[in-house]
Design a protein around this ligand. Sequence first.
Ligand code: UGA
Length: 435
Amino acid sequence: MRVAVIGVGHVGLVTAATLAHAGHEVAGLDHDYDKIETIVAGRMPFFEPDLAGLVAEQLRSGRLRFTHDPAEAMAGAEFAFICVGTPSRPDGEANLLAIEKAARTAAQHAASDFILVQKSTVPVSTGDRLQLLIGEISQHNFSIVSNPEFLREGSAVADSLNPTRILVGADDEAVHARMRDLYAPFLKEGVSYFATDIKTAELAKHACNAFLALKISYANALARICDVSGADVASIADIMGSDPRIGRAFLNAGLGYGGFCFPKDIAAFKSIASSLGYEFSLLDEVVKINEEALQAAFAKIKDVLWNLEDKRVALFGLSFKPGTDDVRDSPALNLARELISAGVTVSGYDPEAGPAAAAQVDGLEVCNDPYEAAERADCIVICTEWPEFTELDWVRIKGICTRPLILDGRNLFTSEAAQVAGFTYIPTGRPSVNL
Ligand code: UGA
């Protein structure tokens, strides 16, 4: 089947490559000339494990190509996937300008009947808008589909090649049948395929992301109580998680959630709910607790270092989560900004996100290796739980920092491991170990 993918960012590029891998003929389209040239030259515009290899393999197969010419991308396309960003407006509402432009592009350049597959995260009823918009422009028959994406950065390729669920919202049985054919190569045993109406699919995506954020904030609220009472939030999460009605995933307390999706999706969900007459105040608490998680870490640093001026803090991990170089809304960078404005000299190290972080935070000393970052540090803060941090030579680090102190913002270490290396260890919502 022939597919055009409009927007080749984190979702679009992975979608294009995996659909080609499944045997479809895919054209990736982006108005960003440099991005297309970068991909065609065999480089990825961002770091995502296994993506470069998959894209190269599919380019070689001839099933995948990239262009900045909309007519070329849409020529013969039976499906036009929209995979563009939906950032927040200042009041939290989702900015859907890129969606409108992408839909116009598809409609203006379609050479035959097509199905417009909306993959970007959008507020409920966006499908109605697209129906009206394309109806005014298109010379061809078209149908609208909502097909929210559930991939996670850092494991996007694996998530897309082996999805646990596929959600397709359409208002016509024949369109559902076409979508099922398109996704047939992915429908292995154990994959849930949900065929719904468009509005249910749109709303389900916001419901999922907001609920995941809610779980994280619940764990962070517990961590605040554990910090004071001496109970262990990780054990509580294990105990809660062993109940299949609750589940262990997304109960890790830490510096809070970040990234391009959760913060803007919660704001957009709140905004659309409000415009439909429902004040979703529960989501205000989720956001408030998330901000408190970062404040709690800052307060701990201030407490142990006393006067912050003239102190050095090293941040280990700058991306919003491990496995990516994405620093959008990264808790690590928000912490860096707070520390710098309080007079702290802040160094940072990240296996992938160093250059992106340096471009975002004035005054942050981004280092090429963790030992350089740790030099003369009064405190090392684990901001992102990159697994390789546990493999570092912590005895060497103890020798080069000013004070052997780890504040573990992601509960990456065990207190025993920190103790063995000779560090005072302050985890999140777990008892500290003072040497
Ligand atoms: C999230 C969803 O998990 C995906 O299903 C969804 O497709 C995607 O948004 C999207 O809407 O595009 P992603 O933003 O890549 O994926 O990252 P997550 O793995 O969900 O992590 C989000 C944030 O929560 C990170 O900052 C992470 O460190 C934090 N987190 C996660 C915690 O603080 N605690 C946890 O227990 C889990």
